[in-house]
Ligand binder design. Sequence first.
Ligand code: ATP
Ligand code: FE2
Length: 335
Amino acid sequence: MGKTICLGIESTAHTFGVGIIDSKGSILSNPKSQYTVIGKAEGLRPFDVSMHHYNVALDILKQALGQAKLKINDIDVIAFSQGPGLAPCLTVSATVARALAEKYKKPIIGVNHCVSHIELGKTILKCKDPLVIYTSGANTQIIAKDSGYYKILGETLDIGIGNLFDSFARDLGYGFPGGPILDKIYMDNKKRHYIDLPYSVKGMDLAFSGLLTATKKKIGKEKTEDLIYSFMHTAYAMLLEVTDRALSYTKKKEVLVIGGVAASRALKEMLEKLCSQSNATLYIPPEIVCLDNGALIADLGLKHYIYSYGRKGGMRLCDTKINPKFRTDQVKIDW
Ligand code: ATP
Ligand code: FE2
C-alpha cells in the first residue's frame, strides 16, 4: 500500500496551524500562527482570536502545501480540531476543513485535541501503550488506555501544575511563564534544603491550592531557593504518588509525559527514579508534541482514517459540528 497523506487543521485556542503528515510518520510541513495579546490586563477574547485565525487561514494553508511540495489533490484526508476549545476558534478549523473537503471531494475527520497530544507523542517516540501524565498550564491528569478508550484515572481538583508554578513565580516577582524560571532555580540549587509544606493527594486526585497558599505565606521568611525547591518537590511528589499507584494498577510499562510542564528537568529527574524502580520506560517528547500545531491533528486524523474508517471515507458532514467540551474519554481508539 502506498503512502496516505493527511492535512490537519488546528484552531482550539491561540494557535492556528496546518500540518501535513504521511502514513510513514513523516511530518511534511507544519506552519502556524499564534494570536498574541497586546496589553496585559485583558486576556484572551475568543472572538478576536477567531478573527486572527480567519485572517491567517488561507496563507498558512498555502504555506503548508508549498513547504510539503504538494497540491491539495495529493491530500487523501482532511482533519480538523473538533474540540475541546473556544467555540469561536473551533469554527475556523471546522469551516476551512468542510470547505476543502466539499470542494475537492476529500474525506473529512474531526479529532479531539487532547488525544492528539498523546497520539503524536506515541507516533514520534514509538511507544505503544503508555500511562500518560498530561501536565500543562490548566491541566494535570493521569490517563491510560483501557478497553479502547483513554480513561482519566486521576486529576487535579483545582489548578493545573503549570498555573500553580506561574502563580507562585508571579508572587516572587518573576516574569511569565514562571514554570521554566522556577525549574532552573531548582536544578541550580545543589543544597536542596527541604521545608515542610502541605501535601494533598485524595485517592487518585490532587489538590494544589493549599500548597500554593501555604508557600506564598512563607515568602520572605525562608530562603527563596529553599522555598522554590520544596514547593516544586512537593507538587511533583504528589503527582508521582498517583503515577506510581496508576502504574501498579494498570501494569503499564511505559510513561509518557505531555503538556508544557513536560519540559521540566526537575520532573524528569524525579520520574527517572520512579520509572527505574517500577521497570517502566520514560518517554519525554520534543516540543512539537506539547505545543499546539497542525501536525497533531493530522497525525490523529490519519490514524482514525486508516484504523477507524479502513481508508474508506470519513465523517458525514452532519457529524462535523464543533464540540467545545469534547472529552478525552469519548474517543474510540481503534489501534
Ligand atoms: P492548556 O493546554 O492546558 O490549556 P497551556 O496552554 O497554558 O494550558 P502549555 O502551553 O501546555 O499549557 O504549558 C504551559 C505551562 O508549562 C506554563 O504554566 C509553564 O509555566 C509550564 N512550563 C513550561 N516549561 C516548564 C518547565 N521547564 N518547568 C516547569 N513548568 C514549565
Ligand atoms: Fe494543546
